[in-house]
Design a protein around this ligand. Structure first.
Ligand code: ADP
Ligand code: MG
Length: 439
């Protein structure tokens, strides 16, 4: 308002104001200059109006819209999950009935497993979109990833659209979660496909971005970046659509979810990168993801914590098989982890709560690794357990598992974390690493 008055121009603002008794109200304020014929300022005209009610209606309308979108999403998810559960349960039933025919049983179990992995992917996608995903960044050469993934991309684009690769040789590696990058790429290509019903060409290109000016243009801190860009010749977006494209639930398609670009945006942000979209109606769209190069000191730190070498070494010398204490309140999940570990030759002790685990440790049980869930309703959490164990058994390595980043406020860095759902081989690899037995 001050600025406008100084420059003698009109200004309209909504102000949150307070009445004498402290009740808040919204005040729509308008101030406009009145000039004489020579352009000299005579006076200001001002009006104000209490618009609290209008704002409330507006807000509840937005809220209602959001609830409707969430309702749609939940219904869609429930539907997808039900189908997958159907496949899992049905195939496990078939497997149980085919116990005397191991080949048939194996086929059924494989099918159930595939469906379960798909269900896992679905929750991962939701978490990415909510930016609560635990990413597992590794050194990735984006060129290699694109080439290896291109068969999938070609299949996704269909027969009428050609895929062209324009990859900059000698690209530095970046520190990224490869699976999520693949998902992001797929989402952007699906959008390109949808925008080109009559076919055409999609280009996936990589480049290196350096230099103050270009980085400043992208609003990025100094360093080396990798530019992964997807160019289509589709129908493009109007400025209004472009402005809202990354908004969750925003879609212009009948069966669309509006989550594709929201997920891509969440992932890129979480990877210290930038997402930029240029689009011209009738011409096409360029979606650009910029990721920091791994050696530039901008990327995510490694999440792995070195195992306790001294301790594991002793165990190796003694030749005893290492013993893992599994702490998990859910019986099914705990039994599964127990049998996976036992099948790989580990000794296993288990506890259904943090308290039980401490009891076992205090009782002098020989334990080489503590593997604990984070959320265990009713008692101490896995984090509290880990903290306590760190003081009483400072040399005992700890591996924590969780489905949500949210459960680890500010703790991501000093913990060794395995994201849920995990595959058996992931569990075994992380247990081995935590024991300092990495091969
Ligand atoms: P969905 O694909 O489910 O609609 P997205 O978040 O992936 O959700 O995209 C949101 C919207 O942005 C789309 O509905 C579409 O209008 C627009 N859009 C995204 N990518 C493109 C593209 N390559 N060309 C034209 N429009 C696009
Ligand atoms: Mg999409």
């Amino acid at each position: 308002m001050r600025q406008a008055l100084k420059e003698q121009r009109a200004v309209a603002v909504d102000l949150l104001n307070y009445k004498a008794d402290g009740t808040p109200f919204w005040n729509a304020l308008y101030i406009g200059p009145i000039f004489d014929q020579d352009g000299q300022l005579l006076y200001y005209f001002a009006s104000q109006m209490d618009i609290t009610e209008r704002r409330q209606t507006q807000e509840s309308y937005l809220q209602a819209q959001k609830m409707e979108a969430i309702g749609q999403l939940t219904a869609g998810m429930a539907h997808d999950f039900n189908n997958l559960l159907q496949v899992i349960n049905g195939n496990l039933e078939v497997a149980t009935l085919s116990l005397d025919d191991p080949d048939a049983a194996r086929v059924a179990i494989d099918r159930a497993q595939r469906a379960a992995m798909r269900a896992g992917k679905l929750t991962q996608q939701l978490l990415t979109f909510a930016r609560k995903q635990r990413l597992e960044p590794k050194h990735v050469n984006i060129n290699n990833l694109v080439v290896e993934f291109s068969e999938m991309l070609v299949r996704t684009l269909g027969e009428r659209i050609d895929l062209r690769l324009d990859l900059r040789p000698g690209l530095p590696v970046s520190n990224l979660d490869a699976t999520h990058l693949e998902m992001a790429l797929l989402n952007v290509l699906i959008n390109a496909r949808d925008a080109m019903p009559d076919g055409g060409e999609v280009t996936v290109a990589t480049a290196i971005v350096r230099g103050e000016d270009r980085l400043k243009k992208h609003g990025l801190p100094h360093g080396t970046y990798i530019d992964l860009c997807i160019i289509d010749e589709g129908k493009g977006m109007t400025p209004e659509v472009l402005r809202r494209a990354t908004e969750p639930f925003f879609t212009t398609k009948g069966p669309g979810t509006g989550l594709g670009l929201a997920m891509v945006h969440g992932f890129v942000q979480q990877s210290q990168g930038r997402l930029e979209i240029d689009s011209t109606p009738g011409k096409g769209t360029t979606v650009r993801m910029l990721f920091p190069a791994a050696d530039s000191g901008i990327g995510l730190g490694s999440t792995q914590q070195p195992g306790n070498d001294a301790h594991a070494g002793e165990q190796d010398l003694a030749g005893a098989k290492p013993c893992v204490l599994v702490v998990e309140d859910n019986d099914d999940v705990r039994e599964l982890a127990e049998s996976v570990l036992a099948m790989s030759g580990y000794g296993v002790l288990s506890a259904a709560s943090g308290e039980q685990a401490l009891h076992l440790l205090e009782g002098g049980a020989r334990i080489d690794l503590l593997f604990t869930d984070v959320i265990m309703p009713g008692g101490m959490t896995g984090l509290e357990l880990a903290d306590q164990v760190r003081t009483t058994h400072p040399r005992l390595p700890v591996l924590v598992t969780t489905g949500y980043m949210d459960e680890l406020p500010g703790r991501g860095r000093d913990l060794n974390i395995l994201a849920k759902p995990y595959k058996h081989e992931d569990l075994l690899a992380r247990v081995e690493a935590a024991l300092g037995r990495e091969k």
